[in-house]
Design a protein around this ligand. Structure first.
Ligand code: SF4
Length: 219
């Protein structure tokens, strides 16, 4: 897809999708991102978990702890109970403990500021590191989850097999001025319009040049 079309896509999305700050965002309302440490823990808890369950787990957890030291002082059983609304809460209990030990031993309890260091932390993969770089470090980066990966492939903006590959391509081809909100617009579009099982193509503002829609019309 050429650059003109990518710019066109972002212009349309900027008019059809709100940014997180323009919505009643539960993460902001409940302080899931109120410190870099909480944002890091929140994104680790959010993997493979519905947003409402992530928020529920994090509210319970942050009533008890707000630092890496406080988290590792929790008994495993108590931590698992607090984050039980999240998927794989037992595995996440172990990885959160390990991550907090890493933060204390390697970074004096602070959250590291580079993607490479973030990805060395237990439970933090490419998507989580990109979210941290964007929302905590302030380096605009488009984090790619399942929604963003699906939307960009259906549109034909990318032709990729994994979220990591999509992240590499979309971060390379997106003009800098759209990186600030691209992640938010694309996730919103994927959750509300370009749904996994039943995309609402008839009401989609991008339908005229969407590869998936054109293929379907021909078929
Ligand atoms: S036209 Fe359909 S498949 Fe294409 S982006 Fe819109 S909703 Fe998704």
């Amino acid at each position: 897809m050429n650059k003109t079309k990518i710019v066109q896509m972002y212009k349309i999305l900027s008019h059809t999708q709100p940014t997180f700050e323009e919505t009643d965002n539960d993460w902001i309302t409940h302080g899931l991102n109120s410190t870099p440490f909480k944002l890091l823990v929140s994104v680790a808890i959010s993997t493979m978990t519905h947003d409402k369950r992530t928020v529920k787990a994090c509210i319970a957890l942050y009533e008890k702890i707000s630092t890496p030291q406080e988290l590792i002082e929790l008994e495993d059983e108590e931590l698992a109970t607090l984050i039980k609304p999240a998927a794989h809460y037992n595995r996440k209990t172990k990885s959160l403990k390990k991550m907090c030990h890493q933060l204390i031993e390697q970074y004096d309890g602070e959250v590291p500021q580079t993607k490479e260091e973030l990805m060395e932390l237990s439970g933090i993969g490419r998507k989580c590191a990109d979210i941290m770089m964007h929302f905590s470090v302030g380096e605009p980066s488009i984090a790619v989850d399942t929604h963003v990966h699906r939307v960009l492939n259906r549109l034909g903006v990318v032709n990729t097999r994994s979220s990591e590959e999509t992240a590499d391509v979309i971060n390379t081809i997106t003009p800098q001025q759209y990186k600030q909100h691209a992640h938010e617009w694309l996730i919103g579009h994927g959750m509300e319009i370009c749904k996994a099982r039943a995309p609402k193509c008839k009401e989609c503002a991008l339908r005229d040049w969407c590869q998936y829609n054109q293929t379907r019309a021909i078929g």
